[in-house]
Design a protein around this ligand. Sequence first.
Ligand code: FAD
Ligand code: NAD
Length: 467
Amino acid sequence: MADSFELVIIGGGPGGYNCAIRAGQLGMKVACVEMGPTLGGTCLNVGCIPSKALLHSSEMFEAAGSHMAGLGIKTKGVELDLPTMMAAKDETVDGLTKGIAFLFKKNKVTHITGRGKITGAGTVEVTDNDGATTTLSAKHIVIATGSEVTPCPGVEIDEKRIVSSTGALALTQVPKSMVVIGAGVIGLELGSVWRRLGAKVSVVEFLPRILPGADGELAKQATRIFKKQGFEFHLSTKVTAVKKQKSSLKLILEPAAGGEPTTMETDIVLVAIGRKPVTANLGLAAAGVTLDARGFIETDHWKTKAANIWAIGDCTTGPMLAHKAEEEAVACAETIAGGPGHVNYGVIPGVVYTAPEIAWVGQTEEELTAAGIPFKKGSFPFAANSRARANHQTDGFVKVLAHAKTDEVLGVHMLGAQVSEMIGAAALAMEFRAASEDIARTCHAHPTLSEALRQAAMGIEGWTMQM
Ligand code: FAD
Ligand code: NAD
């Protein structure tokens, strides 16, 4: 007899675990099948959390070594202890993945370890590490299998010298030099970690700019700042091959539009050209689940084309972000339970955890212009914000975009210290469909960095008060 559940979820990342917990809270009998040794998926094990742990400690290291002197704090003999830095990161990951296991128990979610596959209507077969199989029966199945690294043609990842983000989170020594392929989020975040710890970091990007999804003005200013920090950018360039030599790696580069090849030598290559959905060996085609042209599972309000089979998170279209997966997880569980699940895809913030940080929510200037939406713009530099001046962190600005006629906030874009923590207020305002005047007339504490958001909103009607 198969173990029987109301809901079986395949994948225990932010999509899967949040869906399982919410379904448990709603009283469903739910199982979550995860093939990895721990819960938490990419995010907790090899993504958001370990990268943010290393970003934090490497920022502290760089501050202790150079920035603190300007604040009158003399440091002597600051040394890197990489094994301890890595151990601190691992301890965080371990604690958080165990936290999910605790939440599963608390919400009566059955955690099943093994590889799940849909083998028939309402049937999931689970194969454990020893090859033993169990069959689960389920009224509903949610696919939350996430994403994996997109390979770069001509570049073979070995996770030692040619690494993906996973290898870059676990290097055992600081390389003298690192070439990052792709100036996206991973390239800039993990490039920042190793640059701060002492590597010479060069970034090769196919497009003529960094961070293709971000507002152009934001990306332009960020590029200038990253160059000052020591990043070297090779834009409009592609890598056609990486050859392993005895003590170095040789990259063959070409202009993106074609042309004469050039070469470059480095110790470590980090491949960060995007991620692709995990959909193989899941029995999807036989079950009637369809994929779009880019290989993502097609859904309509998280429902696939097959009855009672749902899909959420990175394996479906939309931004590949943990909080997007989490939103879909909750909405999907609530819909299965008969409720009105809802995700506001227009208000999903994006953050790049570099220093300064980059954060945005809503539409960019380029998107509004392309859509022919009339908008007004207000912006405010952190150089004119008293808290940023007190902290000696004056790089960057906040920009608010609002509809020219209705004044509804359509996008907020930020570059600066701690803007990852400020973007939530902008998202909240947009969720409530605030006008820029609502932000401009909300009392903000002084002196805070968030006053820059208010001042940028005041700029829409031209009453920003410069220092
Ligand atoms: P995943 O987290 O990928 O989880 C899918 C799970 O399914 C995995 O555990 C996998 O083992 C399991 N699985 C797959 N197939 C099967 C199967 N057949 N049977 C059983 N289990 C299976 N996002 C942010 O929002 N903020 C960040 O700061 C951030 N930083 C990142 C840093 C890095 C280096 C990387 C790589 C990603 C980062 N992301 C970040 C993206 C974020 O990790 C993903 O968007 C998020 O994890 C997606 O959640 P998910 O549940 O859809 O998939
Ligand atoms: P990305 O899509 O952010 O960036 C990939 C970059 O590589 C792009 O700029 C692209 O133009 C470039 N590129 C593509 N092919 C290339 C080639 N052949 N040569 C040179 N450049 C090439 O992808 P990523 O940085 O790998 O991150 C993957 C996913 O993980 C993203 O979707 C991101 O949302 C998620 N992530 C999020 C965070 C965060 O939220 N802070 C952090 C890390 C990762």
